[in-house]
Every structure is written in structure tokens, then in C-alpha cells.
Design a protein around this ligand. Structure first.
Ligand code: 13P
Length: 255
């Protein structure tokens, strides 16, 4: 399927004000075709407003790395969908494996966040993926399917075009070596088929992006795989030159 590609930069808990300024200055000089590729930057929360201001006149979008599943209230340290919208943020990441692991986020919490974000007009990248142990035991597909179904439980079909599924096999994240191409292709094909099964009438199913040690060397092969609509970049997104290279190679990939 020919869909507009999308490249996410997930900065995780990295960079600082000075480095972000420099990065954005460089990124805003990049000539890219926004009809062919979307760029979404996810900075740490404290730099969200600053990043939004800096990219406001460009085609670059900004995502929060997380949100909470209530509108407001006694939830110390959390940030609501309403607050993100209030500062002009249009995207939010939900369910990253690092949050599932370190912050003990469950599929139920992730589902509540996806529902609240989509119902309130935010675009969502919802992440899922199997551990090494699950892959070794042949449980990859049952794990992915379980996460997918539970994340999207009761999500209205009309919101699907505002959702991106991020497939990130956990053990390759930050390892410097992406998953095998055949495994990426197989997982994306599987997710694509399952989305069709879940929403047989939908004409606009979520895009599916791959994450896990994507860099400027392997992007060319990954982005040309069937059902890979883009990438979610961690480490390589901290270096603007590498990130821009990934964006341009994505823009020029074969549809
Ligand atoms: P790396 O690109 O550093 O493997 O991180 C991937 C990731 O977790 C993006 O969300």
C-alpha cells in the first residue's frame, strides 16, 4: 500500500537546551518534501514548548513521549492530553517498551491513554514488540497480537488514521544492530493483516513503523520493505546529520 512515510525521532531522556537548539537549527535547514514524508520529534517533556516554538513555522511536528489517562487531578508528575493540546502539541507516544519496563505501564493503562488521546484529537504512536525470550520461545506473534488488540480496544474506527503502530523488538533497541529484514517484514505483514481483521471496513488503517537500531546505513533496506511505513529512531536521532540522512533516504524510498 502506498502511504505517506513517517520518521520519528525519539530523544528519550537525552540532550539539553543548547544541543536541542543546535539540532533544530540544522533540521530546519533540511529541504524535505512534506508530501512524501512526515517528521515528528519527541523531545523530553521539559523541552516540549521550546521545541514547539522553534518548529512552529515549519512542517516538522512534535510529540510528547508520554501522557496520562485522566484529564486532570491528583496525579503528581503526570501530564494530561489537555495540557499537551494547550501548548500546541499534536502527537503523543504511548506504550514505549521502556515505559512498560521501567514505569510498569500495563496494556490497560496504554489502552486508556490511546482512547483519551485519540478522542481528544491527538495523533498517537503506539509502541509494541516482543522480548528476546518471547521470540526465542516462538511467542512473537501471540505477544504482538495481544498488545495490539489490548492497546486498540474500543478505539473507534474514525480515529485509526491518527494512529501509528510502532513495532520495536525490545532486544534490538539500543543494541546497534537492527532486527533481520525478514523478521521486520514478517512482523509488519502480520500487524497489517491483523489490523485488517480487526477493522475489516476501514479504508485508513494505522501506518506501521519499525524501531530498533535504525541508522543511516540500514534505513535504505528497512524502509523499502513491504508494510514498513516509516521508522522510529532513538540513538541515531540524537545526531542531526544522521537523522537528516534517514529522513532523506525515507523520502526517496520506493513506494
Ligand atoms: P534505538 O534507535 O536507539 O535502538 O531506539 C529505538 C527506540 O526505542 C525508538 O523509540
Amino acid at each position: 500500500m502506498n502511504r505517506k512515510k513517517i520518521v520519528f525521532a525519539n530523544w528519550k531522556m537525552n540532550l539539553d537546551r543548547v544541543r536541542i537548539s543546535k539540532f533544530l537549527e540544522e533540521l530546519l535547514n533540511l529541504k524535505f518534501n512534506s508530501d512524501k514524508v512526515d517528521i515528528v520529534i519527541a523531545p523530553p517533556l521539559v523541552y516540549l514548548s521550546d521545541t514547539l516554538n522553534k518548529v512552529s513555522l515549519s512542517e516538522v511536528s512534535v510529540a510528547a513521549q508520554n501522557t496520562f489517562y485522566e484529564h486532570n487531578g491528583p496525579y503528581t508528575g503526570e501530564v494530561s492530553v489537555d495540557m499537551l493540546k494547550d501548548i500546541g502539541c499534536t502527537w503523543v507516544m504511548i506504550g514505549h517498551s521502556e515505559r512498560r519496563q521501567h514505569l510498569l505501564e500495563t496494556n490497560e493503562m496504554i489502552n486508556k491513554k490511546v482512547l483519551l488521546a485519540t478522542q481528544n484529537g491527538l495523533k498517537v504512536i503506539c509502541c509494541l514488540g516482543e522480548t528476546y525470550e518471547e521470540r526465542r520461545q516462538g511467542k512473537t506473534f501471540s505477544k504482538i497480537l495481544d498488545q495490539l488488540k489490548r492497546a486498540l480496544r474500543e478505539v473507534d474506527e474514525k480515529h485509526l488514521s491518527n494512529i501509528v503502530i510502532g513495532y520495536e523488538p525490545i532486544w534490538v533497541i539500543g543494541s546497534g544492530k537492527a532486527a533481520e529484514l525478514k523478521d521486520i517484514k514478517e512482523a509488519h505483514g502480520f500487524i497489517s493483516e491483523e489490523l485488517k481483521n480487526m477493522y475489516p471496513k476501514s479504508k485508513q488503517l494505522p501506518r506501521i513503523v519499525y524501531g530498533g537500531s535504525v541508522d543511516s546505513n540500514n534505513i535504505g533496506e528497512i524502509i523499502n520493505l513491504n508494510n514498513v511505513d516509516g521508522v522510529l529512531v532513538g540513538s541515531a536521532s540524537l545526531d542531526c546529520e544522521k537523522f537528516c540522512d534517514i529522513v532523506i533516504k525515507t523520502e526517496y524510498s520506493n513506494d
